[in-house]
Design a binder for this molecule. Structure first.
Ligand code: MG
Length: 265
């Protein structure tokens, strides 16, 4: 779970095209902070631990809605999209057809919690559908969770790439150098997931993956959360990077991360 959170923290100071698209930068500075990607990742993870491994659709969706509202209201200024914060503040929130990249940035815990790829995709879909029920929003969540499941269960980068292309239709033929010149801050799944996958596919370690994110730019904290979550499943996050990131996290967030780490052991 640190994979997503640390990608968010490191990417935060380069969001909105503030970086200069280089792999050579300091991972953590006084300007780094966690954002909505961390808060919602924690919210979904807590909900799914509460719901249990065999929960049905209604139980999962109810738990995810309650938890995202709770955490969103605890941290209302973490940088949500306008429509999502409205959703958080509504009593009985309804899905709003979103294809924003929020469905993919919050889903990473799903990749760790279930025993099969089919179940992983099913629960990922449910976590998206409560708000991001546009087909592209759902695809974003399912593809990220599937990649994490595959990475942690021993699939190679080539196998993950082939599965994602075939099942979700994302074009993963572009290299980071193809993407980089014209890529800007954009918040939809269609222009976030393929780029996040490519950051992972062209990396050799967790840190290298996060550096790839800043190399192409875009919605860097969300890209960092997504690509970082997949890279963590492949390589784990180095302890010294985790140690630095801990300074940025309030205790309520750290508590959920700690419980989750124990839960998936
Ligand atoms: Mg963010």
């Amino acid at each position: 779970m640190y994979g997503a959170i640390i990608g968010d923290i490191i990417g935060s100071r380069f969001e909105f095209d503030r970086g200069n698209k280089t792999k050579d930068f300091k991972l953590f500075t006084s300007e780094s902070d966690f954002t909505d990607d961390t808060v919602m990742t924690v919210a979904v993870a807590e909900a799914l631990m509460d719901a249990g491994p065999d929960a049905d659709e209604k139980t999962v969706k109810g738990a995810v809605i309650r938890s995202m509202k709770k955490w969103g209201q605890k941290y209302p200024y973490a940088g949500y999209g306008a429509r999502f914060i409205n959703w958080v503040l509504t009593d009985d929130p309804e899905p709003y057809g979103s294809y924003g990249n929020g469905s993919g940035m919050r889903v990473s815990s799903v990749g760790w919690l279930y025993g099969s790829l089919e179940r992983t995709r099913e629960v990922a879909r449910w976590t998206a559908e409560v708000s991001h029920n546009h087909p592209e929003g759902i695809k974003g969540a399912e593809s990220v969770a599937a990649a994490i499941f595959m990475a942690r269960t021993g699939s190679s980068k080539d196998e993950i790439k082939a599965y994602i292309e075939e099942e979700f239709g994302y074009d993963l033929s572009r290299t980071l150098d193809d993407i980089r010149p014209n890529y800007q801050h954009v918040e939809d799944c269609m222009h976030t997931m393929p780029e996040a996958f490519e950051c992972f596919l062209e990396s050799e370690s967790y840190e290298d993956c996060i550096r790839n994110v800043m190399y192409i730019g875009g919605d860097t904290d969300t890209l960092g959360a997504i690509a970082g979550a997949i890279a963590e499943a492949k390589w784990a996050v180095p302890e010294e990077i985790i140690a630095q990131a801990k300074d940025y996290l309030p205790s309520d967030i750290s508590d959920v991360v700690g419980s989750f780490t124990q839960y998936v052991k």
